[in-house]
Design a protein. Sequence first.
Length: 97
Amino acid sequence: MTNSEQLTNSAQPLPRTAVPVGLADPVQSARAELKAALAAIEVKGNVPRRVEKASKEAAVKARAFADRNPVGAIAAAVGLAAVAGSLVWVIARALSR
């Protein structure tokens, strides 16, 4: 077994956007590259999935922050509410003129 085969077999499975190492057949290699390119386009182009993933990660981080620092979490929530309220006020005032 070569080093690349050992790495491929012993390591974690390849992500969908990666091309396997050691494809000798040019047709298989081209298909693998096309499949990886299409998967990469889907990952980058699927904005709703990316937003959902980012919001879940942010919620987990916010919960962890609130568990470690409840006073800071309250201050952050009040600050965000003030910024959101100010933004709504500025937009409403601009639209009313």
